[in-house]
Design a protein around this ligand. Sequence first.
Ligand SMILES: C[S@@+](CC[C@H](N)C(=O)[O-])C[C@H]1O[C@@H](n2cnc3c(N)ncnc32)[C@H](O)[C@@H]1O
Length: 228
Amino acid sequence: MTENKIFKENLTSKLLQKQALRVLMKLNKKNVCEIGCGDGNISNFLLSNLKKTHYFHISDISRSAIIQAKKKIDYNNIIFKVGNLFSPWKEKKFDLVISDVSSLSQPVADKSPWYKGVKSDCGVDGLKNVNKLMKQINKYLKPDGILVIPLISLSNTIELKKKLKKKFKYLKESKRTYWPIPKFFKQNIRLFDKLLEKKIIYYEEKFGIYLAYTSIAICKKLKDNSVR
Ligand SMILES: C[S@@+](CC[C@H](N)C(=O)[O-])C[C@H]1O[C@@H](n2cnc3c(N)ncnc32)[C@H](O)[C@@H]1O
């Protein structure tokens, strides 16, 4: 399938906007990196709501997404790049990394309308990209830097939280927001029930409606500062 469609701003984007703004409001002149920026809505929101100067670096594997982000964002201190995960940012060190890279359980992403034409190679647990980011994070995040990343229950959040706690001294999880999953879910429920049974994803059913949740993890202070 060609992957030239641009992901549409959704609830996770909005939760990331809100939490990243809370973090950045308290800081000044920081190096910010957003991985998996799509159309740039998160950085655009931050830049529209921040009074202080920061230096933004935003990237996505999709060229069309970056073209769109460039159209959306009007700001001097920003660099746009196309590329895989951290690879566009060699030699850079950031104070804040926002990750919104594709991270849904792949069987869910495959059946969903969200990822039609959008790159998503996330593995059954949804964590393939995030695991790679975690392996590289010491190189790109300053020792006292902050990572803002979503915990989406249609991926393995138990495993992701374990990994984040291994990497960072502090992890604060925002309140969970529950949201109704569109009808493709019910249509493929047998497949998803198997993932639920294996605790790979999590959802609930209430009055015939399937609900998932998203929260945002704010992770501070790398435990091990060494770069391997
Ligand atoms: C969940 S969407 C988020 C997009 C945007 N942040 C938003 O809120 O609309 C995930 C994004 O990650 C990008 N992506 C997927 N794999 C990637 C990779 N290996 N490296 C960088 N970006 C990637 C996709 O192209 C997509 O734009």
